[in-house]
Every structure is written in C-alpha cells, then in structure tokens.
Design a protein around this ligand. Structure first.
Ligand SMILES: *Cc1c(COP(=O)(O)O)cnc(C)c1O
Length: 355
C-alpha cells in the first residue's frame, strides 16, 4: 500500500493466477492450458507474417477476425466483439453492463476473476450457493438482479449446465444481461451461441486460450445482439483502441482455418480426460463428470492439501483451492498422455502409502 495510490486502489483484491514456480522443472497441470502446441498451420502463418508491417497500428476493429468468427458461428459481424484475452472481454462487459443499482448474481463457486472485476468496477454482487453435488442451482438465480454471470462449463467444478436452464434465465430476466463464459465449451457442454438471435440480453464469451492452444497470444471474443456488442465497443473505445495485435490476429485466423487439427486436438484431450478419470476412480477418488480440459476430484481421504504438497515436492503441479466447500478437492488440468502417465505413477504410491 502507498500514499501515492488513489483511494479506490486500496480497495482492490487482485486475481492470483496459478503458480508458475521457476525453482525446478515441473509437470504443469495447474492452469488449464492446452498441453499441445498450436498447429503447424498456425506456426507457419506466424513465421510467414511480414514483420515490416509491425511499424503500423493494427486494424482497430479487427474486422477480418470478427468476420471469420461470424462465419464460423453463423452470425453477422455486428454480433462479434474481440479483445485481448477473454479476461479483457469480461472486464469490458462488467464495465458496460453490470454497474447497476441491483446486484450482479453469480454462483459462489466459479471463476475467481468475477469478484475481482466487481471490486474494480464497484459492482454490488450476490454469490448464490451451488447444489450439494456442485451443480448450479438456477432457482437461486431467479431473484431480481442487475445481471447474471455463469461460467459454462463451470470452473473449477468442470460441470456443464444444460442449455434449457440458460434459456430459462434469459427469458425470465429480459431486462438483465445474462453473460455465459464459455472458456471450456469446446471440451463438452452445449454452447448458448444458438440462442443469440432469440435473446438480445444474452452475451456469450469464448477464448482461443484453451481449446486452440493460444493462451500466450491473448485472444478472446464475445457474441451477442448488436445492442450488446455496441455497448462493449463503447467501453473498448474509451479504453484500448487496438486490443488485438497483428500477430495475434494472424494466429487466430490461421487457427480458424485449420478445423482438422483443432478437432483432433480436442479428441486427444477428451480421451485423456476419460482415462485419467477412470484411473482416479480406481484409486478411490471421487471424480466429477468433466465437460472441460481438467478434472475436479476428491482424494479418498479428503486430504487434498497434503496431496497437493506431496505432488509438488515430486515435481508435479496441480491446483488446490483453500476455500469453503471445495478445500477437500483438487483440480487437475489434462496434460499430454505422457504427463498424465507420470502424474499417475507418482500419485499411485502416495495414495497407497496414505501420502
Ligand atoms: C481461462 C479462463 C478465462 C480466461 O481466458 P483468457 O482468454 O486466457 O483470458 C476466462 N474464464 C474462465 C472460466 C477461464 O477458465
């Protein structure tokens, strides 16, 4: 804290990403990145990019990328917004839509950036409880509100919410923006994009970070009615005119052109997820049915923190959340088959010896 800071800065509670320790090489299964590199087509597009162009500003509207996304999702370009990672798109959306007198609603266990954005934009919020099985309790989202945010599939629980529930919320609350954060949708679950033309209050946010192996490029996007996209543009153009740099746009366009590698990559991760879930169950873990690129699981003795620490001592990083209701669970990102094999061969003796 510093006297030089503005008053509001003292009130912030910044987000802490998963740890990236440098003391030894780790098998990193703690930040839900894609374990596989971007496809050769994407890498070639970046290599072939004419670097002399970098002296110019990029297209402030990222029209080519928006057009490519509109075509892929059968929308019009006016229904698409792009930003520097979906975290930035979320921050813009919170600023655009949720500074209301009524509180924003979101489930109590969800992406931990949502309360951070609320603090940043001074948004009042209510965290609604989950069902005991960790599914989202949509009845608690029926109350009056100034907006609703749902990660679907949810993080870190990995569970998908049926589209019918999202549609119910959109139709019950026509005067609220319903924001669906679909960072993991490509790994399972039903996307709400199909509802966009029916519900002008629905905003769907996705990212190139997870399913498209481009976390390092920072590309996220939102899709919704023209009315909502215009609202996002107003904030964006008051804040950052050029969120997508030229290399990021090049990589994103190449990724959208290469549907085959993308599908193959998804299939591999889903197969590994299945195998990991089964092996964990054999060891006595409770494993939630994942629709994401990670699993959320409870060790047989419930001592998640000790197991997290023992794995870290053995060079494997997973995510432990010291939070009520989930402090006996662990989140394990899906790695390559090799990484998951090494994880399992380190884990098995720890479980059999009681850590
Ligand atoms: C990873 C993640 C994001 C952020 O992704 P970026 O596009 O890399 O900023 C947003 N929401 C959820 C739920 C995530 O897990």
């Amino acid at each position: 804290m510093s006297q030089l800071w503005s008053k509001a800065l003292h009130e912030l509670a910044p987000y802490t990403p998963g740890e990236q320790p440098q003391d030894q090489p780790y098998i990193k299964l703690n930040t839900n990145e894609n374990p596989y590199p971007p496809s050769q087509h994407v890498i070639s597009a970046i290599n072939e990019f004419d670097k002399t162009r970098l002296r110019r500003y990029p297209d402030p509207d990222s029209s080519r990328l928006k057009q490519a996304l509109a075509e892929r999702y059968q929308l019009s370009i006016e229904n698409v917004f792009v930003g520097n990672g979906s975290d930035e798109v979320l921050a813009v959306a919170f600023a655009a839509f949720f500074r209301q007198s009524l509180p924003l609603l979101y489930p109590s266990i969800s992406y931990s950036f949502y309360p951070v954005f609320c603090k940043l934009h001074q948004i009042r919020s209510i965290e609604t409880p989950l069902n005991p099985d960790f599914s989202i309790e949509t009845n608690s989202l029926l109350q009056e509100n100034g907006g609703i945010v749902i990660a679907n599939p949810n993080a870190p629980t990995s569970l998908a919410l049926p589209l019918s529930e999202i549609e119910r919320l959109c139709s019950i609350h026509p005067d609220s923006v319903i924001l669906i954060d679909e960072a993991y949708i490509d790994f399972g679950g039903e996307s709400a994009i199909t509802l966009i033309n029916d519900y002008p209050n629905l905003l769907v946010i996705q990212t190139f970070s997870k399913s498209r192996s481009l976390a390092g490029m920072r590309i996220g996007y939102a899709m919704g009615s023209r009315e909502l996209i215009d609202g996002l543009d107003r904030v964006k153009n008051s804040f950052n005119s050029y969120p997508i740099d030229m290399l990021a746009e090049t990589a994103a366009l190449a990724s959208l052109e290469d549907e085959d590698s993308y599908q193959e990559n998804l299939k591999k991760i889903i197969n590994t997820r299945q195998r990991l879930s089964e092996e964990l169950k054999k060891l006595g873990f409770a494993v939630l049915p994942s629709a994401t690129n990670f699993v959320f699981t409870r060790p047989p003795d419930g001592n998640a923190e000790t197991l997290y620490q023992s794995l870290k001592n053995n060079g494997i990083l997973i995510r432990y959340f010291n939070l009520p209701q989930i402090d006996d669970y662990l989140r394990i990102s899906i790695g390559t088959d090799d990484e998951i094999d090494q994880f399992l061969s380190t884990l098995t003796p720890l479980i059999k010896s009681g850590n």
